[in-house]
Design a protein. Structure first.
Length: 241
């Protein structure tokens, strides 16, 4: 596939770990562990394919409502995966950034998150965003509060506010919007992921459960993306001109 057909920014809802485990009569946490392996492979494959920005939804602001035991197993798994992987990511030119309200996590996890961001802050081969305790509504609300503050401080007037001003206050500030959105696990919904940022993304839903989402499944998504004509409101003729 030629480079121009590879999406610059890919955003993924990594869904289906629980069902993967259930099919095998394993506890849901076994599915999450297997999901981490798929995540590692997809990060590597995305970088190799020429993706520049990869945003992965790992834990939503609504996922706190799961059974306590699953939430704490997920927190342990984040901590361990981050500790194990950060050196490898750093050596491979990956810049890590966490999107979401990370202050809600334990002090230890919060510190690990900050350290991982700092350790990789000079890298620029692949910008890897992990959305944790993230919600699209939260993101827009926080950005709105910042805009209101700027107005109150006299730095911005209400009549001058443009959509790019809000862009620049979101967790994804300075990044281009996602070109391709992928959701594994068969569900066709956004589940409060990047609501503002996905305004013009191409949507791709697949049945594969996240632990089964291999680089060849990713390639299928890229192939589908390559067939899409992105019109951004214009006509087909205008685009083909
Ligand atoms: C996605 O898999 C991982 C997280 C939300 C943390 P799920 O755990 O939602 O898996 P299913 O949807 O129950 O199969
Ligand atoms: C979305 O998956 C969140 C993540 C993958 C992190 P969910 O499994 O939580 O979504 P719903 O509840 O089925 O919409
Ligand atoms: Mg799910």
């Amino acid at each position: 596939m030629s480079d121009e057909n590879i999406p610059n920014h890919v955003a993924i809802i990594m869904d289906g770990n629980g069902r993967w485990a259930k099919q095998r009569k394993l506890p849901r946490t076994a599915g999450h562990r297997e999901g981490v392996k798929a995540t590692q492979e997809i990060i590597k494959a995305s970088g190799e394919a020429g993706v520049k920005y990869l945003t992965l939804f790992a834990f939503s602001s609504e996922n706190w409502n799961r059974p306590k035991s699953e939430v704490s197993a997920l927190m342990d798994l984040f901590m361990r995966s981050l500790k194990n992987e950060v050196n490898n990511l750093a050596e491979n030119g990956v810049r890590l950034k966490f999107l979401g309200d990370t202050k809600a996590f334990s002090k230890k996890l919060f510190q690990q998150i900050q350290m991982s961001e700092e350790m990789t802050s000079d890298n620029d081969k692949l910008y890897l965003n992990i959305a944790v305790n993230y919600g699209g509504k939260w993101d827009i609300l926080e950005a709105t509060k910042k805009l209101i503050q700027a107005v109150q401080d006299g730095k911005l007037s209400v009549s001058d506010i443009k959509d790019t001003d809000l862009d620049n206050k979101l967790a994804t500030q300075d990044m281009p919007a996602p070109d391709l959105f992928i959701r594994t696990g068969g569900e066709q919904r956004l589940s409060n992921f990047l609501l503002w940022q996905l305004a013009y993304a191409e949507l791709y839903f697949c049945e594969a459960l996240w632990p089964d989402f291999s680089p060849s499944e990713l390639n299928k998504a890229f192939k589908s993306f390559a067939t899409r004509q992105r019109r951004f409101g214009k006509t087909q003729e205008q685009i083909e001109e």
